[in-house]
Design a protein around this ligand. Sequence first.
Ligand code: FNR
Length: 386
Amino acid sequence: MPPFTTDGTALGASARAHLDAGAFGYLAGSAGSGATHRANREAFECHRLIPRMLTDATHRDLRTTVLGTPMPAPVLLAPLGVQSIVHPDGELATARAAASLGLTMTLSTASSHTLEHVAEAHDEGAATHDEGAAAHDEGGAGASRWFQLYWPNDDEVCASILGRARRAGYTTLVVTLDTWTLAWRPQDLDRAYLPFIRGVGTAIPFSDPAFRAGLAKPPEEDLGAAVLRWVPMFTGTDRSWDRLPFLRRHWDGPIVLKGIQHPDDARRAADAGMDGIVVSNHGGRQVDGAMASLDALPSAVRALEGTGVEVLFDSGIRTGADILKALALGARAVLVGRPYAYGLAHGGQDGVRHVLRSLLADLDLTLGLSGHRTPGELSPEDLHRR
Ligand code: FNR
């Protein structure tokens, strides 16, 4: 018997029993009326696969390379902050589980553990890379880690955090643009639930020498003052396109912009010399009433044709079929968010592994049964839009 459900669309409901109301609301919730969150799922419902027959799809190969990172499947773990509200091991458990499967994890700036500790856990997980993973990872692609930046408005703190991330082996920088301040989220507001003001999800800045240098007393002695310095530093700080060269100067690996929805912004990312984008609406957590992320994908892909900028996708992925649909619409890979956190709620590291293994197995089967051997074979012609 599996430890809990194998149905990616049922994970939220089953995780609810394992979480207090505040944590569940933060994890499952979205902006405003929830319209965009629903739209994300509806967009997947509106697209249907057209399976092909007699294609000799008995043996599949899910491997791919994204921005130079070899991956056992076109699936990454999306950056999710404050994972300790879901499970005390938080990002450490997630890192071990991801690496044990050879999957790339993206660590959030809002991590509950320091980026160095998560890197250690990730290395430990990679060392346990096992037979379950081997089926998806015949080439032996070691797991990579990427780092997601909430861009602090203090350049010294920003540069210091980026330097630490590079030294700790994070290879690709994912810059999240859509959350320069938190949206109107009634589930959290109604409970006055905001982990950051209690100093949860602040391990990275609070362990940062440049950040600490700006405090009269260290966070361990005056938590309130540290919170009051950090929260305004990473929220309320919208930036502009002409500031991107700063990040390039402080990061010598690929840079990906996360939160792109408009094709003009996709083009601007290319003009700015970025290496990739994530078409994402933050899982419907930021602009209530924004279009479904899947519906934004085709025009972003078209806008970047021939530029070499790689297009990733997230927001609403729950099943293998969802992944195939995003790939067919031109995504090179997808990021999965809430589902693995629901796994974390069920059982820490093992729970995350169960969710990820289920998703990979579903992807593999559905790819084969749709008549394909590799993710790269999919095209918009494999989809019917209702
Ligand atoms: C997020 N997301 C997010 N994104 C980011 O860039 N940095 C972060 O710290 C967080 N934190 C975060 C916390 C929680 C609880 C959720 C649910 C989401 C957004 C995340 O990376 C991703 O864009 C969405 O989760 C994708 O949508 P699904 O897969 O959850 O539908």
